[in-house]
Design a protein around this ligand. Structure first.
Ligand SMILES: Cc1cc2nc3c(=O)[nH]c(=O)nc-3n(C[C@H](O)[C@H](O)[C@H](O)COP(=O)(O)O)c2cc1C
Length: 183
């Protein structure tokens, strides 16, 4: 099994999304000791903004398609995903490879792949709350992956900017959930 592990936080060792995505990968490694893990750090090794030339290079989408499991650390910056992660997504939404348009509209072409996303958000964006309309991270990632045929799984640490106590509790709770996800 190949696990593709992506991180996109600018916060280095203090990053919550990196801690959670790393824990998910650790749990998966424990369940699949022979798994090969490819770690793509989109901050220390960023992909440039999309260009037509870059779009013609299939290496990023092929790496994604070759992995059975994809684990993504996704922090919320300015209500959505970091542009580093967007640059990666721009390379995996490829007509004819990950989706196709047919008579009945768009169709996802990706099957048999697990995508697990570690979300880290400073606030709370619960359904029905005043902030819910500002949530363009989880909602966007869910839409984009469903467009290519994948129902992603999420682990979220929320309210990280509320107080140090809330931050510790949210991260601890998310790390606990990673055990269940990897089971
Ligand atoms: C540049 C920047 C922008 C942020 N924007 C938001 C935001 O719009 N909404 C929010 O809830 N939290 C926001 N935060 C807080 C982060 O989501 C929070 O610190 C989280 O821990 C980031 O994940 P990380 O620790 O993995 O980097 C922002 C943080 C930074 C550094």
């Amino acid at each position: 099994m190949t696990i593709l592990h992506l991180d996109a936080s600018i916060n280095g060792e203090n990053s919550a999304s990196r801690a959670i995505s790393g824990s998910i990968v650790d749990q998966l490694r424990a369940s699949y000791p022979n798994a090969r893990v490819i770690h793509r750090d989109l901050v220390t090794d960023p992909l440039p903004h999309l260009t037509l030339e870059a779009f013609a290079d299939p290496s990023v989408v092929d790496e994604f398609l070759d992995a059975e499991t994809v684990v993504i650390g996704a922090p919320m910056y300015n209500f959505t995903l970091p542009s580093q992660l967007k640059a990666w997504l721009d390379r995996i939404l490829v007509a004819g490879k990950t989706f196709a348009y047919g008579e009945n509209g768009p169709r996802g072409l990706v099957t048999g792949k697990r995508v697990i996303i570690a979300l880290a958000r400073g606030g709370f964006y619960n359904e029905g709350s005043p902030s819910a309309d500002f949530e363009y991270l989880e909602t966007y990632l869910r839409s984009v992956f469903s467009f290519i045929g994948i129902e992603p799984e999420f682990v979220a640490a929320d309210g990280l900017a509320v107080s140090p106590e809330q931050r510790d509790a949210s991260i601890r709770q998310a790390l606990g959930e990673t055990v269940r996800l990897a089971a």
